[in-house]
Design a protein around this ligand. Structure first.
Ligand code: NAD
Length: 510
């Protein structure tokens, strides 16, 4: 496990009240509503964030709509130059952003730095937009008739993001949206809003015209305003499944293009021929990394054919060595994002115990390396969890790893495929044929073979199946480019200077 030291440099501490960013400047907007933003490691209120009223939604969308035509008509060369500058600035100042993430989310600094790096990969992908937007051309499709296809930006793109990746998840979308010529309104999570403002300032330094990238702080009022606003063309949402479903249904009912990524329950299937040390390392890293607050975290380990006892013992051994505490102190695992969330996660451990699971490692007893009353729950390992227990059926989103046991490969696959979620899954085996069969028949969008967190590279697309994604299009990669643009096909005739005469029949080709 990677350790890094140090807190946020004083000059990058977020302001006392985190504001909107509209038309190229921070603004408090017109709302008196505020939400507390915590330092999860100490439990203290660190600052507040403004919560938008409909008039603030109006202002943000108006700024984006006003900036869109000129940005759309800015040459690809110039647009891409802004993307390159943004990349350079982010490379130079990534530690500042990581520190802001740790201060409000709680994840350890090395993990926050990893989040920034994965977001940066999408910026780098979007730097290739001139190539990605190349269309098609057919000369002489019919006599003297040429056909070409192009893709154009949509207009105002709304991005609504969750608390668990305050930088990376917005960056799954906005580099591509901006590079393709759209204007953006980002509505970050109100739990850790400061990263979005820092990114907005970076865009300004990179030379992005005012109004092309806006940040609207808020809650359901802001989301509903964006989903129903006539000038919003598309909505990219990431969050829990019930809200994702709501966003998809409301947004599409209001004529918007919507991609809504939801929750997860990721399984890791361990076959008897697997390297059990590799599998135990993977289960611990993927189950407890970021305190389990990742949509690609492993939640359930499926031990197949008698591997259970040995696997549980090796996972327990590793989990017992994890140091939980303030993410700025070089610990392995930080706190959960809020007290309410910490208590909800702990309640799943209580429920599993009541339902007959054995608590092999109990994170409820943790003594964290931190000052104050932070929102800590230590790594927790539950064995023989009944699949009827809420700990198995619900997304927990915390440092709780469940082990369920199945006798056969087929039973393990059936278990995974019966789950309503389909975000990520992993198989651990040394049998290439079994792995190949698994990748073919598993009903999940992102699959790892001896890789526990199979997050696709930026040039592939990220997205789950079933209740983990509503809409047709996954995030980033070519699907992302497709989402933020729409196709147009142009048929042109530049014939010899002669008049072909009138013909009211349907055009056919010759
Ligand atoms: P959340 O659903 O509570 O919030 C997501 C966004 O929706 C936030 O911006 C929030 O302000 C807004 N929101 C909350 N309640 C709303 C409501 N009633 N109406 C309208 N908008 C509302 O999710 P979260 O707790 O911030 O994030 C964790 C969830 O996100 C987990 O379920 C996790 O699996 C999921 N997630 C999924 C992916 C993925 O790629 N599939 C990635 C990251 C996180």
């Amino acid at each position: 496990m990677d350790h890094e030291q140090g807190g946020p440099p004083a000059d990058v501490r977020p302001p006392e009240v985190v504001q909107h960013w509209i038309g190229g400047a921070a603004t408090p907007g017109g709302s008196a509503r505020r939400a507390d933003v915590f330092d999860p490691a100490t439990g203290e209120v660190a600052r507040q964030v403004v919560l938008a009223e409909p008039s603030d939604v109006e202002a943000a969308v108006a700024a984006a709509a006003a900036a869109f035509p000129a940005w759309r008509d800015t040459s690809l060369t110039r647009r891409t130059q802004v993307l390159f500058r943004f990349r350079e600035l982010l490379n130079a100042r990534a530690p500042e952003l990581a520190a802001i993430i740790t201060a409000e989310h709680g994840k350890v600094l090395s993990d926050a730095a990893g989040e920034v790096a994965r977001g940066q990969e999408v910026v780098e992908f979007a730097c290739g937009m001139p190539h990605l937007l190349k269309g098609a051309f057919t000369e002489n499709a019919s006599t003297s008739v040429d056909v070409h296809a192009l893709r154009q930006p949509l207009g105002v793109a709304a991005i609504i993001s969750p608390f668990n990746f305050p930088a990376m998840v917005p960056m799954w979308f906005f580099p591509i949206a901006v590079a393709a010529g759209n204007a953006v309104v980002l509505k970050p999570s109100e739990k850790d809003p400061s990263a979005s403002l820092w990114l907005a300032q970076l865009w300004k330094e990179a030379g992005l015209p005012d109004g092309v990238f806006n940040v609207l702080q808020g809650d359901k009022v802001a989301v509903d305003g964006l989903l129903t606003h006539p000038d919003v063309a598309s909505v990219s949402f990431v969050g829990s499944t019930p809200i994702a479903r709501y966003v998809y249904e409301t947004g599409t009912a209001h004529g918007k293009r919507v991609q809504a990524l939801g929750g997860a329950k990721n399984h890791m299937v361990v076959l008897p021929d697997a390297d059990l040390d590799l599998a135990a390392d993977a289960a611990v890293n993927a189950g407890f990394g970021s305190a389990g607050e990742r949509c690609m975290a492993i939640s359930a380990v499926v031990a197949v054919g008698g591997t259970g006892d040995e696997l549980v013992s090796r996972i327990a051994d590793r989990a017992g060595k994890i140091r939980t505490g303030d993410g700025r102190r070089g610990c392995d695992m930080g706190p959960l994002v809020t007290r309410a969330h910490r208590d909800k996660v702990a309640s799943y451990v209580d429920a599993a115990e009541r339902d007959g699971a054995s608590v092999v490692v109990d994170g409820r007893q943790v003594s964290p390396d931190a000052d104050g009353e932070g929102f800590f729950l230590g790594p927790t390992l539950l064995d023989r969890v009944p699949t009827t227990s809420s700990a198995y059926t619900d997304e927990i989103f915390g440092p709780v790893l469940l082990v369920v046991r199945e006798d056969t490969y087929t039973a393990a696959v059936d278990l995974v495929n019966a789950n309503p979620y389909g975000n990520g899954v992993a198989i651990f085996t040394n049998d290439g044929g079994a792995a190949r069969r698994f990748t073919h028949e598993i009903q999940v969008g992102m699959v790892g073979v001896n890789v526990p967190v199979p997050v696709p590279m930026a040039y592939y697309s990220f997205g789950g199946w079933k209740s983990s994604l509503f809409g047709d299009t996954h995030a980033h990669g070519t699907e992302g480019v497709h989402f933020f643009t729409r196709g147009k096909v142009v048929t042109s005739r530049w014939s010899d200077p002669s008049h072909a005469g009138m013909d009211l029949g349907f055009p056919t080709n010759d």
